[in-house]
Design a protein around this ligand. Sequence first.
Ligand SMILES: Nc1ncnc2c1ncn2[C@@H]1O[C@H](COP(=O)(O)OP(=O)(O)OP(=O)(O)O)[C@@H](O)[C@H]1O
Length: 281
Amino acid sequence: MATEPLPLKKTAAPAPEDAVPAAGSTDGPLVRFDKVVKRYGDHVVLDQLDFTVDRGEHVTLIGPSGSGKTTILRLLMTLEKVSDGVIWVNGSPLSHVRTPGGALKPAGEKQLRESRKKIGMVFQQFNLFPNMKVLQNITEAPVSVLGKSREEAETRARELLELVGLSDKVDAHPSQLSGGQQQRVAIARALAMEPEILLLDEVTSALDPELVAGVLELLGDIARNTDITMLCVTHEMNFARDVSEKVLMFDAGRVVESGTPEKIFSDPSHERTREFLNAVL
Ligand SMILES: Nc1ncnc2c1ncn2[C@@H]1O[C@H](COP(=O)(O)OP(=O)(O)OP(=O)(O)O)[C@@H](O)[C@H]1O
């Protein structure tokens, strides 16, 4: 993450739908869901789900409650495992490893930990470590997971706290902060991992209304000034309109429609999208 503006790295042309980019390739989509199924018992939550996200793209996921949006983010964060299908990131299977013969087998815990390093997630409920001060909340994972020195991690954490407007809260505990401040710390903590992909799961839903705009403004700045790819579940349609290039409308574990925010919000093609937007706008 850089605090100065960085050009977004967009792919010149989308890859054919069935193409799988070579591992580490910068061609083709950064994220590909390939016929992903997620079941809890008999309940099929994601049903042969296909979609792609380009490098540097900011994508908003919308859809009715229970349509599977959070499940998609949790699968990408490897907090859940797919029941079937494959998630590709950067041309490598996220949830699987390739055998020497080229076949795919489910990834073990070690590979999942590696995959998790590239992806940051901010949750609705902040999920800060309550017993750690703000600075340690941000430095913990860079030191223990990325192997950074404490000094390097602290220097970066202080820069990030300045970016999110909380330089004076270095020594505070989470309980001494407002919800908006806690969410800013959670955003700084995610950025400290230098993620390629930032997952945002209804990050303003638990905030008092007067704190929402400040957090959304910060996220808008991050979207505009960095090359981080973002997947965002939100009910803030103005944020989706301002920040994302693509909106995916989900229903019953499938994409029913995708397009630019202008298209989806002004001229949706699908009846389910119209019904959903009428209910929330
Ligand atoms: N751990 C779990 N065990 C069983 N069912 C689950 C589990 N997690 C999610 N589900 C179910 O999966 C479905 C999709 O949930 P998910 O949270 O992804 O939906 P969502 O679109 O994010 O909803 P919302 O907008 O209300 O947050 C729901 O029916 C939910 O009950």
